[in-house]
Design a protein around this ligand. Structure first.
Ligand SMILES: Nc1ncnc2c1ncn2[C@@H]1O[C@H](COP(=O)(O)OP(=O)(O)OP(=O)(O)O)[C@@H](O)[C@H]1O
Ligand SMILES: [Mg+2]
Length: 634
């Protein structure tokens, strides 16, 4: 097979100026949550969450309805037993039989409704968990780069996992416990009809339960916050250990990393032990109070029964209720704790959902149409939002200006090389054109249209970027290349691979195009990753192309054959080549020299070599650097 067909040429009419990112089947199959959280930040977290729960109306209503029935039946059991006992004492066999039959039916009903009620509530809880996860993730994808610059991956991971989980647990158990509170009220009402003073005696320990519960809450609540933050810290360390394992091992720094991890987990232990200490102190008190209540009931109720004021059945019923009422008290502690945990988690999740994406479509934005591909940077000033590290403080102070008054006009179809020292803002230029960030001042135009007036989707589908650090997904080579068009035919994928000089090594891989690359493509060499990234971008056939040091890890010989095919690819496309090597720079029609955040010289390579001493000096520096830093093992 002829790997390199000279007739395969990209022309400006088969550039996709209106192509759409194709949804894969997955996107279509799973529908997005109907509702998001309530936008009003002033509301309590449960009220904010309510719209999400409401989109699961069926399990919610069935759960509440069957729950109430199960409860009433539950409360009815001691009442039926009371009647049965009193019938026994009165030697009324017929009544005894009837009450026992009623008791059995009530028990069966309680079982059935209880099962339905649990099932519905857990279904609701998992539904909300799934929705929250989808909402959180889709919101994360909308957030701007400045958010990710200051957020640690562990924080995001822990929000998506443990925070959502703790809300789910509360949703599943909260109503369950809430119901026991209702059962308390029902039982209380029924007891009052039987004997008022005895009822009051049996509840005398309640204030104590409330008091110690509050004490526990005061100690545990702050610890809950700390615990969640520590877990996030741990997740970041684990994430960095796994992703940075090559660096860790190459510096033989395993012990240091293990030390970091141990420190983080000791912190987690400390927080939880403190919480347990508080619970160990207060929980036994809270739990034993109802037993004291029971003793009081037996003491006072026993005397009442001896005097004939209440029946033995009533005494039995009271005894059963006091035991039954222990459940809400005992669960109350758990509910308090879980509510605190869920509230902390909800606030952390809402923090993400409330974070407004800074880069969004303006209301009057419209898609690009019939792109010619002229680009203009007009007096651009830019500095990165200065907020590395801590996400709370000093969010948007300005750091040093990266671009200061940059002007650059690129004609349709022109190939411009951007040259400058490291850190001079070359990659930043590319990030501004694709609106990863917006300039502090100045305008960027495509075909004379302000990029802020173009929909983000359309803008980014018209600009293909190959980044300096290629990121591959852990899927097959073919899926990686076809990332923008999952349904692209095999020929297109192969053509893109050939254009990027990647087809030969891909065909030599164990399973060719179906070979699954390791996480981030680490089973490939640096140069191979770059070529797959290049093929991925070439496949999209965008009218504007940015290659940011896209061939830096590829050896000069392979690079020159990539250039041969690139020349054909570049014709008809507006291209920005960010480059260090002279071999790459000479592909350009024009070279632009970037220094101190602005363009300081432009012309063809040979012109600049002849007339500009700064250019010669910088080129000598970067050439030396790129020669002393050969790319990955090829
Ligand atoms: N996400 C970021 N947040 C804050 N500062 C950043 C960020 N990215 C880059 N910078 C800073 O902006 C400046 C310009 O960076 P840029 O990546 O544009 O340089 P470059 O010209 O592409 O360099 P190189 O040739 O090394 O790729 C640098 O000083 C860098 O520290
Ligand atoms: Mg760069």
């Amino acid at each position: 097979m002829n790997l390199f067909d000279p007739h395969e040429t990209i022309t400006s009419d088969n550039l996709s100026s209106t192509s759409k990112f194709q949804q894969t089947g997955v996107g279509l199959r799973y529908k997005f949550p109907e509702n998001t959280i309530h936008p009003n930040k002033e509301l309590g977290w449960m009220r904010r969450l309510l719209p999400v729960a409401k989109s699961h109306k069926k399990p919610l209503y069935i759960g509440l309805f069957t729950g109430v029935i199960a409860l009433v039946l539950n409360i009815a059991v001691p009442a039926m037993a009371r009647n049965a006992i009193d019938a026994t004492i009165d030697a009324d066999r017929e009544a005894l039989t009837i009450w026992v039959i009623v008791l059995i039916s009530v028990g069966l009903g309680r079982f059935a409704f209880g099962a339905l009620y649990r099932y519905s509530l857990f279904k609701l809880a998992w539904g909300v968990e799934t929705d929250l996860r989808a909402l959180l993730y889709s919101h994360l994808t909308k957030l701007s780069f400045s958010y990710f610059d200051r957020t640690q991956s562990g924080e995001v991971i822990s929000r998506a996992n443990s925070d959502i989980r703790s809300i789910q647990v509360l949703l599943a158990f909260g109503p369950l416990i809430g119901m026991t509170v209702i059962s308390f009220i029902l039982a209380f009402g029924y007891m009052m009809t039987l004997h008022v003073p005895l009822t009051l005696v049996s509840l005398v320990t309640l204030p104590g339960v409330y008091f110690f519960g509050q004490k526990l809450r005061k100690v545990v609540f702050p610890l809950t916050w700390v615990s969640q933050a520590r877990l996030a810290e741990l997740a970041t360390i684990v994430d960095e250990n796994v992703n940075g394992i090559r660096v860790v091992k190459s510096f033989a720094a395993e012990n240091q990393q293990v030390g970091l991890l141990r420190r983080a987990s000791e912190h987690i232990k400390w927080v939880n032990v403190e919480a347990i200490k508080a619970r160990a102190r207060y929980n036994p008190i809270v739990e034993s109070l109802p037993r004291i209540g029971m003793a009081l009931v037996l003491l006072y109720g026993g005397h009442l029964a001896i005097e004939g004021d209440v029946s033995i059945g009533t005494l039995f019923a009271f005894n059963a209720y006091v035991i039954m009422l222990q459940a809400p008290f005992r669960m109350f502690g758990f509910l308090l704790l879980q509510t605190q945990r869920a509230s902390a988690s909800a606030q952390r999740i809402f923090e993400v959902l409330d974070e407004n994406p800074t880069i969004v479509d303006s209301p009057d934005a419209s898609p690009l149409d019939n792109v010619r591909g002229s680009i203009a940077f007009k007096n651009i000033h830019f500095s990165y939002p200065n907020s590395r590290g801590n996400s709370q403080s000093d969010t948007f102070g300005s750091s040093q200006e990266v671009l200061s008054g940059l002007n650059l006009v690129i004609e349709p179809g022109e190939t411009v090389a951007i040259v400058g020292r490291t850190g001079s803002g070359k990659s930043t230029l590319a990030r501004l054109l694709t609106r990863f960030y917006d300039p502090t001042s100045g305008e960027i135009e495509i075909d004379g249209r302000d990029v802020k007036k173009i929909t983000l989707d359309s803008l980014r589908h018209h600009i293909g970027v190959v980044f300096d650090e290629p990121f591959l997904f852990s899927t097959s080579v073919a899926q990686n290349i076809a990332y923008s068009q999952p349904n692209a035919p095999q020929e297109d994928i192969a053509f893109a691979a050939r254009s990027a000089e990647a087809s030969q090594f891909i065909e030599n891989l164990s399973e060719g195009y179906s070979t699954v690359v390791g996480e981030r493509g680490y089973t490939l060499s640096g140069g191979q990753r770059q070529r797959i990234a290049l093929a991925r971008t070439l496949l999209e056939k965008t009218p504007i192309l940015i290659l940011d040091d896209a061939t830096s890890a590829i050896d000069v010989k392979v690079e020159s054959s990539i250039h041969e095919s690139l020349v054909r690819h570049l014709s008809g496309r507006t291209t920005i080549l960010i480059a260090q090597r002279i071999s790459t720079i000479t592909l350009a029609d024009r070279v632009v020299l970037l220094e101190h955040g602005r363009v300081v010289a432009e012309g063809t390579h040979s012109e600049l070599m002849a007339k500009d001493a700064r250019y010669v000096a910088i080129l000598a520096e970067v050439e030396n650097k790129s020669q002393s830093e050969p790319g990955g093992p090829e």
